[in-house]
Design a protein around this ligand. Structure first.
Ligand code: FES
Length: 163
């Protein structure tokens, strides 16, 4: 936690105490730390002399901000128009069904984080999922199951080796 405070304090040095800086500060913290923790919200509120409710209010309005630590693997489902018409919502539902989380959340075992994005510039490949930094085009429900199984199996194998 001390380390987190240090990192956040360092980020504040780049900004003046001005409410207008709330979004740039949130973006910087998200980029450097990976998410906006409860402590982060408190620190921002203190720094900008606003309430924690105001910080949450703004941060939760934008889907780009997450409030839980990212998992080991990041899953981004594109819900842009081209992917949407090709069934990306069903792909998202399948990930939710498998992982038992909503977009913006991380699974209990910290393995997977789920997010939605809007058009990543590869519309012809839609519906598209970015798994870690790898693009998976023409996703089908079956491909969701295969992806999750593959990474879960790898994880289980690693754990066996570590024993
Ligand atoms: S809409 Fe998904 S990549 Fe463009």
């Amino acid at each position: 936690m001390k380390n987190l405070k240090k990192k956040i304090t360092k980020i504040f040095k780049e900004f003046t105490v001005d409410e207008e800086n709330l979004i740039p500060i949130l973006q910087k913290i998200q980029a450097e730390i990976g998410y906006i923790s409860k402590q982060g919200v408190e620190e921002i509120a203190n720094f900008l002399r606003i309430t924690e409710g105001q910080v949450y209010g703004v941060a939760s309005f934008y889907s780009q901000f997450r409030f839980t630590a990212p998992g080991r693997h990041s899953i981004k489902v594109c819900l842009g128009t081209a992917c949407h018409v090709r069934g990306s919502q069903n792909i998202l539902e399948e990930f939710k069904r498998w992982l038992l989380i909503e977009p913006g959340e991380t699974t209990e075992d910290k393995m997977f984080s789920l997010e939605t994005v809007n058009c990543v510039g590869a519309c012809a490949l839609g519906p598209i999922v970015i798994f870690d930094n790898e693009y998976h085009g023409h996703m089908r429900i079956k491909s969701v199951d295969e992806l999750i199984q593959k990474y879960r199996t790898e994880y289980e194998t690693e754990r066996e080796v570590d024993k």
